[in-house]
Every structure is written in C-alpha cells, then in structure tokens.
Ligand binder design. Structure first.
Ligand SMILES: Nc1ncnc2c1ncn2[C@@H]1O[C@H](COP(=O)(O)OP(=O)(O)OP(=O)(O)O)[C@@H](O)[C@H]1O
Ligand SMILES: [Mg+2]
Length: 412
C-alpha cells in the first residue's frame, strides 16, 4: 500500500508499537467505512442507470412503432351506404364507386350504420375504423364562443321589442314548463325587421348575452356558396349542429341575402340561392321537432322576403324595430352618454328633440363626435355646443335625402 510505504519504520519499543498498531487499526477502520459508503453510492448509481436504461428502451420501442405507423399507407375515407350483416357492408369510397367489403372485427357492430364515415384499407377496402361525425369547418366558425358584451341595458327605447323577444326566445328555453302547462307550442323563432341602424343586430347580441344558450351566428350571404348544393349542405349542417348543442339560438343576420322572394330565376346562381332557401325552410319546420333550437332572423328588407319564410310556423313572431321616436332617442342617447363626462347644461330630451329621423347608429355617432369636439376644444366636459355641432356634422356627413333616393333603385 502507498500509505504503508510512507509509514516510518516500525517502532521497537512495545508501548510505541502498541500505539502505532492502534493508530493503524483506526486508520483502516475509517478507510473501511469510506469504502463501504462508496460502495453504497456506486450501487445506487447502478440502480439509477438501470432504470434509465429501461426508460430509454421503452422510448425507443414507442418511437419505432410511431415510425411504423407513419410509414403505413394512407387509409381511404368512405361512407357506409348499406349494412348487409355484421361483417359485410357496402361502402362508397371518396372517389365515387361503391364496393361490398368486410369490416374489421374490432368495430362495434352498433356503430355500423348507413351514412357514417369510415376509413378503408387501401387494398382490400375493408372497413378499419369508424370516424366521428364531422361538420363543415365553416359551420364551426359560426359558433359564438365568447358571449357578446352587450346586454339589454345597452339598448335604448326598445322595451316593447325586448319584451317580445324575451317571451319568444328566452322564456321557452328557460321555462318550458309554462308552455306545457298551458298546452301551446312555444314560438320557434322571431324575425326582426326595420330600417338600418336601429339595433336589430344589437338586440340579438343582447339575447345571446342574457341566455346561456349556444349561439350560432350566420350572415345570410355566408350561406350562398359557389358550388351547387353546398349552401344547402351548410344549412343542413348548421341545423344539425344546433340540435346537437341545444339549447341553441341560431341568428341569421341579413336574411334577405338568401330569403329573397323566389321568382322565375334565370341564372344558375339564383337557382342555387333558392335551393339554399328551400333547405332553410325545411330546416325551420322540419319533420322532427327542432328541440330547443330558436331562430332569430334580422333584415331591413322585409318587403322582398319570400312569403313562405314569413308564414306562422317559421318565424312565429315578426317584430318591427322602427326608427326611434323622441323618447326612444332620449333613451338611446342616455345609453351612449352613460360613460361620458357631460356638463350640467346638457339635457338629453333637448338633443333628442333636435335629432328627428336619426337612428340608433347615428345617435351613437353624434355622441362620439360631440366627445371629439370637446377634446378638440379642450373642454373639461362635453357641452351643449359640442352636441349641436356634432348633430350638424352628422347631418352633413350623411345626407339622408341623397341616399334614400337611390336606396330602392339598387334592387330594382
Ligand atoms: N336602440 C338602440 N340603443 C342603443 N344603441 C343603438 C340602438 N340602435 C342602434 N344602436 C347603435 O347602433 C349600432 C348599430 O346597430 P345595429 O348593428 O344593431 O343595427 P342594425 O339594425 O342591425 O342595422 P342593419 O339593418 O344595417 O344591420 C349599434 O352597435 C349601437 O351602438
Ligand atoms: Mg344588422
């Protein structure tokens, strides 16, 4: 040992020898302890490395199987058109032709139904798996996930209309028992109509805010599609999704884009729009009960809507949202000036009296312009003069006489 080489020569004196030996024994004991400690350490290291090894091996196996899966040939997507028995089905592949194929044993026979989508092996076209139902991504895009901010308190001067829409849409969703007791079927939907900017879209948003039903929002023009049958399919999927997620409110804004009166259409585009409308009509009364699905439509051209759309049973309530009168305008101005700092001399009634013929959107713009004037003039709060200037500015900016002349002509 190196240590012993360094040791001085063994002492001759017995006492010294004894001490010397004692010393060495203690040394060796400590050394022994150290080595034992080391051994324990090394053993635990070994165990750790072994578990690590097992983990890596598992990972390698997983990655190998993943590679295997990625390498496997793609599956063909098809639709089951007929089920002969549990192992033989007729499928239509996405390419078109129909085949009689076998289905995998792993598939639950319950799930083998006509109309479901499935994956097929590329060579034998055997049914490998059943796919979940799918809707057009566009339909999913219509679902309003975040509820709108607007509530009934943000709407001015439409108390009667708010009440009507609450009765027709909110009440059947919240208290269906009331309708059962009286023995009437709850209204299926409402149609809001009136001049532009009077708060139709706003009202629908408020309904979405106040009920915690799912809200699907579509703009009529979105339902007009490029290819034949696509629009109708979209409408069908829209209703299916609505039913699945019920309680649901479907809000079709600017419904005149698809709901225009059917005439002797000449272009194929017109005919496609009509097909979409027919699907909409069918969806609205449908053979089966629609469940808790309510429809709100909004338009400012009720005069051109198809008569079929207006008959009871489709939109059970037709609510007119008129241009606001003086009281209505006062209420709307109150809503929009709620957060503004006004000087004491400003009276809403007075301003409402000066804005004859203005709609809600105009009034909102007037409030905003008044605020802008106040900022420009560095006022502490918005004064009456700011409002008067704003009214003048809005009237000049939007000369209603000039536009209303050409308004009807566009559709002529
Ligand atoms: N009754 C009202 N109370 C408060 N604000 C209103 C009211 N009516 C309209 N507004 C204001 O005008 C804006 C536009 O209104 P909205 O989008 O509801 O009009 P619309 O009736 O749907 O018009 P269009 O027929 O052109 O679609 C709203 O965002 C709101 O700020
Ligand atoms: Mg609107």
């Amino acid at each position: 040992m190196v240590e012993s080489a360094r040791q001085p020569q063994e002492p001759q004196n017995p006492e010294e020898l004894y001490r010397y030996l004692l010393d060495r024994v203690t040394n060796m004991e400590t050394r022994n302890l150290e080595l034992r400690e080391q051994l324990r350490q090394v053993e635990s290291d070994k165990r750790y490395v072994e578990t690590q090894k097992i983990r890596y091996e598992r990972e390698v196996r997983k990655l190998k199987s993943e590679i295997e899966q990625l390498r496997s040939p793609p599956l063909v997507i098809g639709t089951i058109t007929d089920v002969l028995d549990n192992s033989r089905v007729i499928v239509r592949s996405s390419a078109g032709p129909r085949f009689l194929v076998r289905s995998s044993m792993c598939i639950d026979p319950e799930k083998l139904k006509t109309g479901v989508r499935c994956t097929l092996n590329q060579q034998s076209l055997a049914v490998i798996d059943i796919l979940p139902e799918s809707y057009d991504t566009q339909v999913y895009g219509m679902e309003v996930v975040e509820t709108p901010e607007e509530s009934y308190s943000d709407i001015g001067g439409l108390d009667v209309q708010i009440n009507e829409i609450r009765e027709a849409v909110e009440l059947p969703l919240k208290r269906p028992d009331l309708f059962d007791r009286i023995g009437i079927e709850p209204p299926k939907g409402v149609l809001l109509h009136g001049p532009p900017g009077t708060g139709k879209t706003l009202l629908a948003k408020a309904v979405a805010h106040e009920t915690n039903a799912h809200f699907l929002r579509v703009v009529g023009s979105e339902l007009v599609q490029k290819y034949i049958g696509e629009g109708a399919r979209l409408v069908r999927e829209l209703f299916e999704l609505a039913k699945k997620k019920s309680p649901t409110i479907i809000f079709i804004d600017e419904i005149d884009a698809v709901g225009a009166s059917r005439t002797e259409a000449t272009t194929s585009g017109d005919r496609e729009v009509q097909r979409t409308l027919m699907q909409l009509l069918a969806g609205m009364d449908g053979f089966e009960r629609r469940g808790d699905v309510k429809i709100i439509g909004a338009t400012n051209r009720i005069d051109i809507l198809d008569r079929a759309l207006l008959r009871p049973g489709r939109f059970d309530r037709i609510i007119e949202i008129p241009l606001p009168d003086v009281q209505g305008r006062t209420a709307i101005l109150r809503v929009h000036t709620r957060k503004m700092r006004l000087s004491d001399e400003v009276g809403m009634e007075e301003i409402a009296a000066l804005t004859e013929g203005k709609n809600g959107a105009d009034l909102r713009a007037i409030c905003m312009e008044a605020g802008m004037f106040a900022i420009r003039r560095e006022h502490e709060s918005v004064e009456k003069k700011d409002f008067l200037d704003a009214i003048e500015k809005i009237t000049l900016d939007f000369d209603r006489q000039r536009y209303s002349g050409s308004y009807g002509a566009m559709f002529a």
